[in-house]
Design a binder for this molecule. Structure first.
Ligand SMILES: N[C@@H](CCC(=O)N[C@@H](CS)C(=O)NCC(=O)O)C(=O)O
Length: 218
């Protein structure tokens, strides 16, 4: 049975799941949820995600939500497909840094970057005014996080070592959005971070995500 991703292609969390599906060369069906019309708060969607947030994910009779957990599921369930560097292996020492940097993305990078995506990318799309004070505050916070990334990426090409892993992939939607905004300067000011961003954004799997987004411009 086909994999289905329910959501909006403007949602960073939805794009994160498509990035993983594309890395794994998996076919999937995009089921558009009209968030402006509040479809994500309706009974039918709440059966997929009781918190009323996109994405909702189906693989046959399995229903999941939370984009990062969905990506871990995809990486394990389809271990033999596509990019096998994303598979979690039994070697705990090898996996340790992956676990660390996945948490860093979710706990440290995501809070300021999500705020900036909302202020600088989503609000303009919705015709709302950007809060400049909030932007300045969260650019400062993101800069502090990226100072740590700069040191790390001076030691290894990717966050968890020499290979691209889910720890890197989970950053893609926010970085992609912020590269098109004034917050780009926070990344550009840090050479190792800037080179890493350019590298991960150039992945063919991410280009496929952007192509899907273009096909659904509303
Ligand atoms: N931690 C969740 C976050 C999901 C999330 O925040 N989705 C947003 C769009 S990116 C949403 O549905 N917002 C509408 C709402 O919260 O009502 C995940 O990674 O899946």
């Amino acid at each position: 049975m086909a994999i289905k991703v329910h959501g909006s292609v403007f949602s960073p969390a939805v794009l994160r799941v498509f990035a993983c599906l594309n890395e794994k060369d998996l076919e999937s069906e995009y089921v558009e949820i009209n968030m402006r019309a509040g479809e994500h708060k309706k009974e039918s969607f709440l059966a997929l995600n009781p918190f009323g947030q996109v994405p909702g994910f189906e693989d046959g009779d399995l229903k999941l939500f939370e984009s990062r957990a969905i990506n871990q599921y995809i990486a394990q369930a389809y271990a033999a497909k596509g990019n096998q560097q994303l598979t979690f292996v039994q070697d705990a020492k090898r996996m340790g840094p992956v676990y660390v940097w996945m948490e860093v993305e979710a706990q440290k990078f995501d809070p300021p970057s999500s705020k900036l995506v909302f202020e600088l990318a989503i609000k303009p799309l919705l015709g709302m005014n950007t809060d400049d004070a909030a932007v300045a505050e969260h650019e400062g916070k993101l800069g502090e996080v990226l100072d740590v990334y700069e040191a790390r990426l001076g030691q290894s090409k990717y966050l968890a070592g020499d290979c691209f892993t889910l720890a890197d992939l989970n950053h893609l939607p926010a970085i992609n959005y912020l590269m098109g905004t004034t917050a780009r300067k926070v990344f550009d000011a840090r050479p190792h971070v800037s080179a890493w961003c350019a590298d991960i954004l150039a992945r063919p799997a991410w280009a496929k995500v952007l192509a899907l987004q273009k096909q659904h411009p509303t």
